[in-house]
Write a protein that binds this ligand. Structure first.
Ligand code: DX5
Ligand code: ZN
Length: 224
């Protein structure tokens, strides 16, 4: 089943609760929170206080995508704030197995993320530990970038590995998910579609979430 995961990165942060509520009315079922530290990626965004505030305004799972150095240092604070899913970058973790265990020990769903230049087969040893694998289909740091087409091959490979290894992780894609790319992304096998600019970019989150989700669902119906 495909799910739309609105990314608040492109929302109006001064009206965040309303923006999230609108995206939820439009069919979003998980809320994606991009956490950036200005070191791992060349941008700074938000942290646990925003997660704690959002927690009071939505019951949807909060999917925190950590684009930060030393993520282990902050995992307890995200748990305390009410995060449900936490993903860490393969490229940011010196001890990825330990980081994923730490997330699970704090009662959250662990996810792993790969940058565009990282091969998904490198994840084989830890695939059995994760709830979701996030394929970055742009270089992390900014919203509104163009989808990198070879990401589709990574999504297909993750689907194949899941079947071969008899696992059940979910496949999430992040970056450049929009009307012109969503059908090929869904056909490749992605189930969790993160979208920032396509949902919030024009200030009509409910309408734009709904139309993107409908396009994804049409593609999913054809792919079955
Ligand atoms: C980028 C973030 C994305 C971002 C995607 O580093 O990880 O979640 O919000 O933005 P769009 O959907 O605009 O490409
Ligand atoms: Zn993200």
């Amino acid at each position: 089943m495909v799910e739309l995961v609105p990314s608040i990165l492109s929302a109006d942060f001064a009206r965040l609760a309303d923006e999230v509520a609108a995206a939820e009315r439009g069919g979003g079922t998980v809320i994606h929170v991009d956490v950036m530290d200005g070191h791992f990626v060349p941008n700074i965004t938000v942290g646990p206080p925003i997660v704690a505030s959002l927690r009071k305004h939505t019951r949807l799972p909060l999917d925190c995508h950590l684009m930060i150095e030393n993520p282990d240092d902050f995992i307890p604070a995200f748990a305390e704030a009410g995060a449900n899913w936490v993903s860490v970058h393969y490229e940011a973790c010196r001890h990825l197995h330990r980081s994923l265990e730490l997330i699970a020990q704090h009662g959250m769903r662990p996810g792993v993320v790969v940058n565009p230049a990282t091969e998904v087969d490198l994840l084989v040893p830890i695939l059995g530990m994760v709830h979701h694998v996030l394929v970055m289909s742009v270089n992390p740091g900014f919203g509104g970038q163009r989808f990198i087409p070879y990401s589709l091959g990574k999504i297909r490979r993750l689907k194949e590995l899941r079947q071969n290894m008899a696992l059940s992780y979910r496949i999430e894609v992040d970056g450049g998910v929009a009307h012109d790319t969503v059908s090929s992304i869904v056909e490749a096998g992605a189930e969790l579609l993160v979208a920032g600019n396509a949902v919030f970019g024009e200030g009509h989150a409910e309408r734009d979430a709904r139309s993107l989700l409908e396009a994804a669902q049409r593609a999913a119906a054809v792919a079955v």
